[in-house]
Each structure stands twice: as C-alpha cells, then as structure tokens.
Ligand binder design. Structure first.
Ligand SMILES: C[S@@+](CC[C@H](N)C(=O)[O-])C[C@H]1O[C@@H](n2cnc3c(N)ncnc32)[C@H](O)[C@@H]1O
Length: 299
C-alpha cells in the first residue's frame, strides 16, 4: 500500500468535522456564510435549472460533512453519491442523514435554497428529498488513480466538487492530474462542476490550520483545458469582506461548469487501436465492439 502524504496524514489526525462546520457554516457567524453561500448556492441553482445539468447519478467529491452543495442537485438527479477521505467526515454526514440529534443544523442554508427555488417546498420536505437521494457514502482519495480504490464506481452523469481539490493537490500539475483521473468516473458528455476559492493559501477548521494550493484563475482555466474538458461556463467573484483573513486568506471565488466531450472520431480510432493492440483474443474483440456501440450512441 502506498504511503500517505503528509497532507493526508495531517487531515486524518487534525481535521475535526464539527470544528470545520462551525467555523464555516454556523448560523450567525460562519466564515463561509454570506459571500461563499451567496455565490455558490445561486450558481448551483442556476446550473441545475437553466444550465440543464441533470441525469441519473451525481457524485460529490470531497463532501466533508457538508450538504449545502447538494440541495439544488437533488431536484434533478435520481441518485447522489457522497465521498470524502476522512472517516470522521463520513460519520458526521451520516449523522445528518439519520437525523441524529447531534447532527449539524443546516436549517438556515436549507431555507436559503428553498427561497431560491421559490419556496415550492418547506425546509423539512427539502431535507427529506435530499436524504432520500443519497445512496452511498464512499471513501475517496483524490491522489489515487482510482480515487475509490478498491471500489469501482461506474461512470456518473456529473461530478461536483466544492472547496476540495486545492486541499490534497500541492500544485497545479497535481490538480490537473486529478482532473484527468476524473475522466474515468464521468460518462462522455457528462459534467464536472468545480467550485472553490481563488488565491488562498490556508483555511481554519476551529484552531487547526490547513494549507491549500493557491488557485489562480489562469492556472485553473489552463488545467481544465489541458485535462480535456470543455469550459461551458465560468463565474468569478471577488471577496469583498476581508475582515477575517486570519481564518482563511482567499480573495475570490470561482465556479466552473465543464463538459467531458464524447470521443471524437480521431479519438475513436486511437481507442480502437489501443484496444486491439492490448489484446488479440476474444476479450479484446468484445472491448472493441463495446467502444463502437458506445460512440455510436453518444453521437
Ligand atoms: C475545505 S473542506 C471542504 C468540504 C466540503 N466540500 C465543503 O464545501 O464544505 C476540504 C475537504 O477535502 C477533503 N480532502 C482532503 N484531502 C483529500 C483527499 N486526498 N481526497 C479527497 N478528499 C480530501 C477533506 O477531508 C475535507 O472534507
């Protein structure tokens, strides 16, 4: 088994789920309430309505113990898979799912999303809808080729990841590598939605400090293109309130809506050549047929 990086071991030992939720999202005072939620919730609402992103399964990568990012998604996906590196985060998420009295109270955030959706449902109905859509809570590690190893997750319609990839990735090269590995997890023609902060170097969960990769606009744009995604939409916003830079020092926010294009005919030829040269016996032929069928179906 590969050794854990310092960053992963640090997360395992030091990241307290409740401290993170309280620092970031507690009603009246969470650092990420206001500018972050005021940015990400309407943008996700729009992505999952006017933006037309929908499907059978959404995979949320690096969920932590957060639910805010799934509240609009649960309207347009049948199944949601959540995932995180940390056992403590997965357990904390499970508490919310099971309505444990000790679970974090997300009411203020759920109300915000209900308002965005025109109050079709009340808070309780909305929470129940999300609970009913979450089908799995998986362990993941962004730094592995298959982040769910040894589990094989069949390709999904959409991967969503908020405030996560800048934590494990030490630089833009490793970030781009993670994006490339994500391709195996997304159906061709499916979406990748990535949202996070710009130009930050650290954030706090309680009194513990976690360093992050400094994400610059131009580096992110380049990484998504280099990794083979088509940028459908990108939204940026500056950080206005800089009074608590000692808790997290980012100066802006971003949301990228990306498309994983179906393989072009040139790429199909490459795939078929690779497939043929990989095996000359019947399993190779089966694989070749599967690729042809799939491309035919995808356009
Ligand atoms: C800043 S928190 C964001 C949590 C949540 N997505 C949110 O928006 O509130 C960063 C998350 O990244 C997770 N993380 C750190 N290293 C990771 C890795 N190697 N693979 C997957 N997740 C990781 C942490 O466990 C943590 O939940």
């Amino acid at each position: 088994m590969a050794a854990l990086s310092t960053s992963q071991q640090n997360y395992i030992n030091e990241f307290n789920s409740k401290d993170y939720l309280n620092t970031s999202y507690r009603a009246n005072g969470g650092l990420l309430l206001g500018e972050w939620t005021g940015f990400v919730l309407p943008n996700l609402h729009e992505t999952f309505t006017k933006g037309g992103v929908k499907g059978d399964t959404l995979l949320d990568f690096g969920t932590g113990a957060s639910i805010y990012q799934l509240l609009s998604a649960c309207e347009v996906f049948d199944k949601i898979i959540v995932s995180d590196l940390l056992e403590q985060n997965r357990a904390e998420f499970q508490k919310w799912l099971k309505k444990d009295p000790d679970a974090f109270d997300w009411t203020h955030i759920i109300e915000h999303v209900c308002e965005l959706e025109g109050n079709r449902e009340n808070c309780e109905q909305k929470a129940e809808k999300l609970r009913s859509k979450v089908k799995e809570i998986l362990k993941c590690d962004a730094l592995k080729k298959n982040p769910f190893d040894p589990v094989i997750v069949p390709p999904v319609d959409c991967i969503l990841s908020c405030l996560c990839l800048e934590c494990p990735c030490k630089d833009i090269k490793s970030y781009c590598n993670v994006l490339k590995n994500f391709q195996e997890l997304i159906k061709p023609g499916g979406h990748l939605l990535i949202s996070g902060t710009l130009n930050g170097t650290f954030y706090h969960a309680g009194n513990k400090r976690f360093n992050i990769m400094t994400a610059r606009k131009e580096d992110l744009e380049m990484a998504f293109k280099d990794a083979g995604y088509e940028i459908v939409k990108v939204v940026y916003a500056p950080r206005i309130d800089k009074s608590r830079m000692d808790i997290a020092d980012f100066d802006g926010l971003h949301l990228f809506s990306l498309l994983l294009p179906p393989p072009s005919s040139g790429r199909l030829a490459d795939l078929m050549l690779t497939s043929k040269s990989l095996s000359s016996h019947s399993s190779g032929r089966k694989r070749e047929r599967k690729i042809q069928l799939f491309v035919g179906g995808g356009g």
